[in-house]
Design a protein around this ligand. Sequence first.
Ligand code: M1P
Length: 271
Amino acid sequence: MAAANAPSYPPLEDRPIKNTICLFDVDGTLTPARQGASAEMLAALAALRQKVAIGFVGGSDLRKQEEQLGAPAGRPVAALFDYCFSENGLTAYKLGAELPSNSFIRWLGEEPYQDLVNWVLRYVADLRLPLKRGTFVEFRNGMVNISPVGRNASTDERNQYEAYDKVHKIRETMVAEMRERFAHLGLTFSIGGQISFDVFPEGWDKRYCLRHLEAEAEKPGGVRYETVHFFGDKTEPGGNDWEIYTDPRVTGHAVRSPDDTLRLLKELFDI
Ligand code: M1P
């Protein structure tokens, strides 16, 4: 049951600024990295939602977005946004109702996945490094994360590995071999952090959520979003907002911080 004081919003098809949606990255755009949203940001989003459809698109899972957005508001995150796109949209909600989900294993299939993971384990077994710990393959809903040193490495061990990797190019070499060996699978290999790299299907970056919006237009009475604004802080090449920011279907906005997002929203939507 909706909370007694829950605000109400015009139906999506009756928002004053028609056929328009604002999509937001979470960390560094709506909230400081890994922290909660401010009261000012939550109020701005509520005001914006009176005018246009709003959604977030984040790489983390819904639990994390509940912590960063839902908890500070004291309401479920799915009540704060028209569209919630967790894991870039592999898990998605519209007006609190779940949209079709997807997963890496469903997309790839068990046989090709085992070919990949067996190859990785053999490759890692033959590596001699200054240190090795455990969990060389982490199976996630939308990707597999591979770490030559192992995800159990402590902070010190991470730092040691990272320095070694910079000189000896362990991940770069492994990724180059995997790109060649598994070229037929249509995968993206991304070295983002300190000790690992992510492997996921081509196009399963933040652009993935756009397919949900395109599906909306095909539904009876569904809205066709002709203007899709995206706000993100990692919009440089290599950043995880870059692909959606530069997508021709999207009007991209690069922000430096949540305060910068607020400034831009005032400027663009007079809220
Ligand atoms: O956000 C960048 C990366 O952060 C972690 O990488 P690592 O453990 O190597 O520092 C992982 O969560 C990885 O998936 C992610 O891309």
